[in-house]
Ligand binder design. Sequence first.
Ligand SMILES: Cc1cc2nc3c(=O)[nH]c(=O)nc-3n(C[C@H](O)[C@H](O)[C@H](O)COP(=O)(O)O)c2cc1C
Length: 360
Amino acid sequence: MSALFEPYTLRSLTIPNRVWMAPMCQYSAQTSGPGAGVPTDWHFAHYGARATGGTGLILTEATAVSPEGRISPADLGIWNDTQVEAFRRITGFLKSQGTVPGIQIAHAGRKASTDLPWQGGAPLAPDAAEGWQPVGPSPVAFDEHHTVPKELSVEQIHEVTGQFADAARRALDAGFEVAELHGAHGYLIGEFLSPHSNRRTDAYGGSFENRVRFPLEVVDAVRGVWPEDKPLFFRISATDWLEEGGWTADDTVRFAALLKEHGVDLLDVSTGGNAAGVKIATGPGYQVPFAARVRAETGLPVAAVGLITEAEQAEKIVANGEADAVLLGRELLRSPSWARDAARELGAEIRVPQQYLRSV
Ligand SMILES: Cc1cc2nc3c(=O)[nH]c(=O)nc-3n(C[C@H](O)[C@H](O)[C@H](O)COP(=O)(O)O)c2cc1C
């Protein structure tokens, strides 16, 4: 019996296995005009291939709640009906393959307005051809290359919260079964959490309670429109990896308990991305202990991510109770059928498209 290929039920949703795809930006939407933020043939083929490959749940790349909330001008968005329509074709296909479609809903905050990675990935100045003015909790730039963000007023914070709720409503309309809030990697929600990026002195900054206020308001607003029977995930950076002045693993455990009370069903545990220039000692499964600690200390279900590449490794993480599921990023870019290959290696059952039965 393989733990990795046991179905997993959250609320009324049953996910066929514990091999899930991590959100990964594809920078492949049109950068402006009516096609901005709209999924393309690339997205259909890319997500479709991981679905036919047996992935239990696919989280789409960071999908912005507003044009300003994109990381790059070529990011996906979920702020209009054209985007909803295009997503519907993808979610429909994923479901036809038995794969659960999930969406990562995001606002890039002070890390918005950057060029595509294969064009250098540099921040685009607000007056550059395709750039815009980023916003954030405080007027503190990510690093010397990024634009200083405009500090959000309290009224604007409420507006962004409303955009997250609108995005969730649209995501539901587009056929998604899981919504994940992107609270990691130094984007807007994570920027509010960490004292490294949040220097506010009002109700949204300072104490732990104040720094978690906006993230929890977003959770409440989204939970308010996201159906009771569908799971809500939250992705967090469990640590800024700073010696001092940053968000820590202890903060994550404390916050996870609050997320659970506010109706979050699973924490997707990543790290880093909010402080420039920090050294992270990576290695196989290096972020798993952060997920395991949240699960052990709060009872909140977790997914582990980061350099999980081997079937036996993934199997152990789930079988040992370190995480309820694993998320694979780059390994799924390399091997779209990783789940099917892992099932064969572990001697587990997995759905195979009938067109591919002769390959079994
Ligand atoms: C091309 C690429 C794009 C990514 N885009 C996102 C994203 O949109 N949202 C996010 O939360 N993480 C993003 N990540 C991080 C991945 O979700 C994942 O956490 C990271 O790659 C570590 O997992 P891995 O070692 O399995 O690749 C991205 C990673 C890659 C390689």
